[in-house]
Design a protein around this ligand. Structure first.
Ligand SMILES: [Zn+2]
Length: 218
């Protein structure tokens, strides 16, 4: 299956603020900056002929996560707690998955570490996360927001690194956003993430299909 992943402006802003806060200020512990942080993602899924469309409409940062420079370990109880709030308050949205950040000291460091990619631990963790597979109807979405400080200060529109990775500049930071989706193939869980052509990520809402006339016949 092909997947088209879109992210609302509000979610993109919230993810960016969380990623920058953890990068610049850490989580309040002295001397701990450039930390990873994480959050949950809710939204809509619609299966159509060409692709399964996944739209992320809301995020919530996981405050109870343990944050480190190389990993973030979130509490699975927090996922259940927040998802039960959403089930009551916004039953039209479903739990899609989660995101976490990858902080890098510099752009070179990011390139060296292939920072926009899912680590083996990231993939292992999603493949074993039963609750998320159940709640997402066996289509768990994983996103990574990578941040690196760069010398050139500028803002730029999102540009594409690959089908499932986009990047943009915000002030003195370069930010990459990566999407991956899990699915069941031949009865087994697999994760389409690094180097996949099956997941297409976009953050703008402009239609990507070729322009065709709208059928106005009654
Ligand atoms: Zn990771």
């Amino acid at each position: 299956m092909n997947y088209s992943v879109t992210v609302s402006d509000s979610v993109l802003r919230s993810m960016t603020m969380a990623a920058l806060e953890a990068y610049i200020l850490g989580d309040g512990r002295r001397g701990k900056t450039r930390l990873e942080t994480s959050g949950l993602l809710w939204g809509y899924v619609r299966q159509r002929e060409d692709a399964t469309h996944i739209h992320v409409e809301q995020t919530s940062i996981l405050l109870s996560s343990r944050r480190h420079q190389d990993w973030v370990d979130f509490n699975p109880v927090a996922t259940k707690l927040k998802n039960s709030v959403m089930a009551e308050w916004a039953p039209h949205l479903s739990l899609l998955g989660d995101f976490h950040t990858h902080p890098y000291e510099s752009r070179q460091d990011h390139v060296f570490n292939q920072g926009a990619k899912f680590s083996d631990a990231d993939i292992e963790s999603v493949l074993n996360y039963d609750y998320l597979w159940e709640e997402s109807n066996n289509l768990p979405l994983q996103m990574i927001m990578s941040v690196a400080e760069v010398e050139r200060v500028r803002n730029s529109e999102p540009r594409r690194n690959s089908r499932n990775v986009i990047r943009f500049n915000f002030k003195q930071y370069r930010i990459w956003l990566t999407a991956g989706v899990g699915e069941i193939r031949k009865g087994e869980r697999i994760f389409l993430g690094n180097g996949t052509r099956k997941v297409f990520l976009s953050v703008d809402r402009f239609p990507l299909s070729p322009p065709e006339r709208i059928d106005l016949t009654a």
